[in-house]
Design a protein around this ligand. Structure first.
Ligand code: ASP
Length: 415
């Protein structure tokens, strides 16, 4: 798939949404372009069982699908998918190896809903326990509560037999240290006596940014960050990333469940919980209707109770695609549809209706580095691009005045 082709398809989808073409029309357009990634939306020929998740779960779908097909519980199937990224030290958005809070401590959030028994569990701000999605299930099954946070949640997890472990990998620690030294106004970072110390520049902005990048590169090298990963590390420092996984699973009997797990916003304030552990924001499942989950700007999603809004929209007759786009429009409405602000926000919803129809929608087509995608398994495993509300890519926050070439040269896939 060439870069320009991807951009074209994304634009076509956005334009179709804008002109009110139906999901079936969009599907027809996609099928006509057989080398194009399919857009994630109701297929009209929905299948069960089916699992829908964020694309970082794609490698774990096969095993979970077999488990589900063989009669495994829907929540357990979804938990099998999200355990993959939670256990993976190289996924720095979830579980082990997640990027830490501003004090260098990994704090994890998760929640789950079990459709067949209409139960929910959630944990927020959990330290030292890797599989917080499973802990949220333990809260659901072994307490009379729905949500535990912080130290209490950690102690509960240990009591339930979850091992305490250090979740901060060397990889994530070095990125955090780079962030700490770069952003700090205190005594962190090399001081006046350091041979590399340079007085603050009074040069114009572009040059200043070039200097900041150069300084970060030097620091990254001193910290032992591998040369091939330095630019990626610098990007994470300049624009603290989010990252999460949601998964919903539906079996052939029509039972449905969902879960979401995350390390949240990188370098967040200690104690910050995003949308992921909030039942109704990061995840919501109703056995009568369907399931939805979210990744992206957590604070924005909490304000529209995104996953609950989507399930309620479907209850009242909207298709998964319409239900998701409506939730995104509510986020846009919170900013009076001002795209100069909305460009710094992004949100992806993963939506699965009880009959197996599904959709993946996002505020924008993607980041400068990649398209938003959802992963699906209904007997065939695939990744599909989301249907965006707005054409174009979201921008990193905080805004970057002048983008140095090295940071972007390989990254922009559209225009
Ligand atoms: N929604 C998550 C949070 O705000 C982050 C993400 O999904 O990227 O914590």
């Amino acid at each position: 798939m060439s870069i320009s082709r991807r951009g074209f398809i994304g634009s076509a989808i956005a334009a179709s949404v804008a002109t009110g073409l139906s999901a079936q029309d969009l599907n027809a357009q996609d099928k006509a372009k057989d080398d194009a990634p399919r857009a994630a939306q109701p297929s009209g020929t929905s299948k069960r069982p089916i699992i829908v998740c964020a694309n970082n779960g794609v490698n774990y779908l096969d095993a979970a699908f077999i488990f589900l097909k063989n009669g495994g519980d829907t929540l357990d199937a979804a938990l099998r998918v999200v355990k993959g990224p939670e256990d993976d030290p190289n996924d720095d958005s979830v579980g082990l190896g997640g990027l830490p809070n501003e004090e260098g401590v990994v704090e994890l959030d998760a929640c789950c809903m079990h459709g067949p028994t209409r139960r929910a569990g959630s944990v927020g701000g959990v330290r030292n326990i890797k599989n917080v999605s499973a802990v949220s299930k333990a809260v659901m099954e072994h307490t009379g509560h729905v949500m535990l946070v912080g130290e209490g949640a950690e102690r509960f997890a240990v009591a339930m037999g979850f091992p305490r472990e250090n979740l901060l990998t060397e990889h994530s620690r070095k990125i955090w240290l780079l962030w700490k030294e770069h952003h700090s106004t205190d005594w962190w970072g090399p001081g006046l006596a350091d041979p590399q110390w340079k007085p603050p520049s009074t040069s114009p902005q572009a040059e200043l940014w070039e200097q900041r990048i150069q300084r970060l590169e030097e620091h990254a090298a001193q910290l032992g960050i591998e040369p091939e990963f330095r630019m990626a590390a610098i990007r994470r420092v300049l624009f603290p990333p989010t990252g999460t996984i949601h998964c919903s699973a539906l079996n052939d009997k029509g039972e449905i469940s969902g879960c979401t797990t995350t390390s949240g916003l990188a370098f967040k304030l200690p104690g910050r919980c995003g949308d992921s552990p909030i039942i109704g924001a990061g995840c919501y499942t109703d056995q009568d209707v369907g399931s939805a989950g979210a990744t992206g700007s957590g604070e924005e999603n909490i304000k529209v109770a995104g996953a609950h809004t989507i399930v309620e929209n479907m209850r009242h007759g909207m298709s998964p695609l319409e239900a998701g786009l409506d939730a995104l429009k509510r986020i846009a409405r919170n900013y009076n549809n001002d795209r100069s602000k909305l460009k710094f926000i992004d949100m992806t919803y993963y939506i699965l209706r009880k009959d197996g129809a599904y959709a993946g929608v996002s505020l924008w087509e993607g980041y400068s580095t990649r398209r938003h995608q959802i992963a699906v398994h209904d007997g065939t495993k695939r990744s599909e691009v989301t249907v965006p509300l707005f054409k174009g890519v979201s921008h990193e926050f905080p805004p970057f005045p002048v983008t140095p070439k090295e940071l972007t040269q390989d990254s922009v896939y559209v225009k």
